[in-house]
Design a protein around this ligand. Sequence first.
Ligand code: FPP
Ligand code: MG
Length: 313
Amino acid sequence: MMIERYYWSINDVISSEAMLLAVEAQMHTLVAEVDDEAVTQLFVTLKGGKRLRAKLVLKIAGMTPQSVLLAAIVELIHAASLLHDDVIDEATLRRGVASVNATEGSKRAIMLGDILYSKAFSALTGFESAIAKCVADAVTALSKGEMQDVLMAQRFNDDADAYLRMLYLKTASLIEAAARSSALLVGKAAEPYALYGKNLGLSFQIIDDILDVVSDEVTLGKPALSDYAEGKCTLPYIYLYEALDEEQKKRLHALHGQTPSASDALWIKQEMLSYSAIERAYTFAAQLSNEAKEAVDDPTLHQVLDAMMERRF
Ligand code: FPP
Ligand code: MG
């Protein structure tokens, strides 16, 4: 009881940035336990990112040694998935700096990903089986999602439901697991938090898709307008395609998987605006966000959704 009260008072007085420092320290401890200087040196070069998943764990489970460890595990898994994703996407930029595959080569990027991922799993075995299984299942889901993403990018897709199923697996599953496992950790009802996490993850990725069209490289920390060139028919493109006439449909279809010329890029952006494709995708993300708010009555979790919906990078 005393310990519980002590943690509650910590949660009340320290900012989420300060709480995240504890997660960063825990991640470094786990990596140091790998006991390999080259691994540690490469790990410290990774940029941290928004740490959305860690924030979620700490907001749901409060700050305890166990919740900090769970948050660190989820962030290590996420970091591993991005290392592998950049190899798969042949990406040269991540979070505004050169990707590990670009500077160190794909072999080292893959191996660092494997080390972070397996170390996270080893730490996960210390948790009760429902928590461990929930996070482990999410990694199977996100790997399945990545495979579907790669396969779907090989041909033009105008099926919004198939796209959303893939997004759920690739991005929302780990965020859902972060929310569900942290609720389980503190004995809260898991389902409402899982629904919150799932919808947060889906709307997060849809906002990502929108930013790829409307933002620029400096703001994004990665090249803009690259999704469709990489073959990814994201929600704004699916909605645009639906609204275009036959001639325009052919033009958009022909640009799939190509780096657009400046005039094609301008055409895409203009048509997105005139057919309200961006607006429609944003409205859909906002609906998911509102559904998440209805699931969990917690003002700080509502603020996470609002900040995510308003984000510019
Ligand atoms: C980013 O998508 C990618 C993911 C969210 C998941 C990637 C998953 C794997 C590579 C499976 C392997 C997993 C582990 C744990 C080793 P994106 O390419 O659409 O986003 P981006 O623009 O940020 O790259
Ligand atoms: Mg990628």
